[in-house]
Design a protein around this ligand. Structure first.
Ligand code: FIX
Ligand code: ZN
Length: 417
């Protein structure tokens, strides 16, 4: 491939590569269609996404209490979100715009605002074909799920060996084990493991047996957990001991990375359900100590607070067994995605994963990837313009190679290390 000797040709190559390179979606909340209602999809699930429920209550009249809302059927809940967030207040938030991006990409007439007509269209879709259609439009080759053995309904689906399409990979999600040992011990005890509420060596050994069983059932890409801002390591807290005695030994035994999502303050407003979680600044030294103490482990990390992003990038420069990924949750907004992507390119080159969709509703993968590709194209176009000015002449293949790195290639290289 000849080098690109013209800045306009470089920019065109960047935009073409970002628009057409397949992404790997390394963190989602999707489920196999065989798991039934666990897989959310369609316009009513889009409209009742917990981000939009929280936004509804920033507009809703006082007489609409959360109790009344949760007592309504899903279509009535969706009607309220549609009326207040979209029709009465203009759909200007990232998650509201996302619904519109998705519906338009599916070829639906968003300008017509015909919710009933859109419902009829979704009712005619077959979930297996629709999942393939969403992946095609979003241009993703696979999505890593969030698979929680402590959620009885989901555990039952895996134990029943229900079918899973190859485009869905698994992640073994173990928040409960780390942040709520009594509840985890109770659940494991119910499964025949001798795990006591006050953990000791024997209980930790049983918990390792539990994890080993689930690694065999799920064959996960990684172990994963979200952690509160207060998570400290090392510390006298049970969470630190569980990481040391259960999580890391299992990760090392099976050669699995540990994905940590740091900084979520769970249940700030429980009345909002999944939408009630908040954010807090994490102590990045907890991650630094993990990296220093465990050079033989691999860590994939995203942090929820905008404040933590630079420290996280600097740590990734210091430790090659740390991989930075995604603009998580409250960072998944145009302004913050742009800032984080620019910072990460400047500090890490292409040694990070630009985004995960975190899609809880299948259809969201369409907008989450469309929105980040627009931002990534603009940021990369500027970075390549700067390189051109410095005399660098990339080829089209090199530009495509760098874009693929940012959209899953660097992650796959890291996992293979
Ligand atoms: O912990 C997580 O995986 C979070 O992404 C979710 O709990 C959260 O509700 C979410 O979906 C954010 O986008
Ligand atoms: Zn998530």
């Amino acid at each position: 491939m000849p080098p690109l000797n013209d800045p306009a040709a470089v920019e065109a190559a960047v935009r073409q590569a970002v628009a057409t390179t397949t992404a790997s979606d390394i963190h989602t909340h999707l489920f196999p269609p065989s798991h039934g209602r666990l897989l959310l999809w369609g316009v009513d699930d889009l409209l009742t996404y917990h981000y939009l429920v929280a936004e509804l209550f920033t507009f809703a009249p006082r007489e609409l209490t959360t109790e009344k809302f949760w007592a309504l059927p899903k279509t009535a809940q969706a009607d309220l979100v549609w009326e207040h967030v979209f029709l009465r207040h203009g759909a200007l938030s990232e998650s509201a715009r996302g619904v519109l991006t998705t519906l338009s990409a599916l070829g639906l007439d968003v300008a017509g605002r015909d919710l009933a007509g859109m419902r009829r269209w979704f009712a005619a879709q077959k979930v297996e074909e629709y999942l393939a259609r969403v992946f095609r439009i979003a241009n993703i080759d696979y999505a890593v799920m969030t698979n929680n053995p402590f959620m009885a309904e989901e555990a039952g689906c895996w134990k029943a060996k229900l079918p899973k399409p190859d485009c869905l990979k698994t992640a073994l999600r173990i928040d409960t084990l780390i942040v709520n040992w009594p509840a985890a011990a109770k659940a494991m005890r119910a499964g025949g493991y001798k795990t006591t509420a006050s953990p000791g060596a024997a209980a930790f050994a049983q918990a390792r047996r539990f994890l080993a069983e689930w690694v065999k059932i799920l064959q996960p890409v990684y172990l994963a957990a979200s952690l509160p801002p207060e998570f400290a390591y090392p510390s006298s807290a049970v969470s630190s001991k569980v990481v040391d005695k259960v999580v890391l030994p299992t990760a090392k035994e099976f050669g699995l990375p540990v994905a940590m999502m740091m900084g979520v303050r769970k249940g700030v407003n429980p009345a909002l359900g999944d939408g009630g979680d908040g954010v807090g600044e994490s102590d990045v030294t907890a991650l630094q100590h993990l990296l220093q103490e465990h050079p033989d482990a691999k860590f994939i990390v995203t942090m929820l607070s905008r404040v933590n992003q630079q420290e996280l990038c600097v740590l990734a420069r210091k430790f090659s067994h740390l991989h930075v990924e995604g603009c998580w949750w409250f960072c998944n907004n145009t302004s913050i995605i742009e800032e984080m992507t620019r910072m990460r390119l400047e500090l890490l080159g292409t040694a990070f994963t630009a985004q995960h969709s975190d899609a809880r509703v299948l259809d969201q993968a369409i907008y989450k990837w469309a929105h980040v590709r627009t931002i990534l194209a603009d940021v990369l176009a500027e970075k390549y313009r700067n390189l051109f000015t410095a005399g660098w002449r990339p080829t089209e293949d090199e530009v495509r190679r760098e874009v693929r790195s940012l959209l899953g290639g660097a992650f796959e290289e890291f996992c293979k290390k």
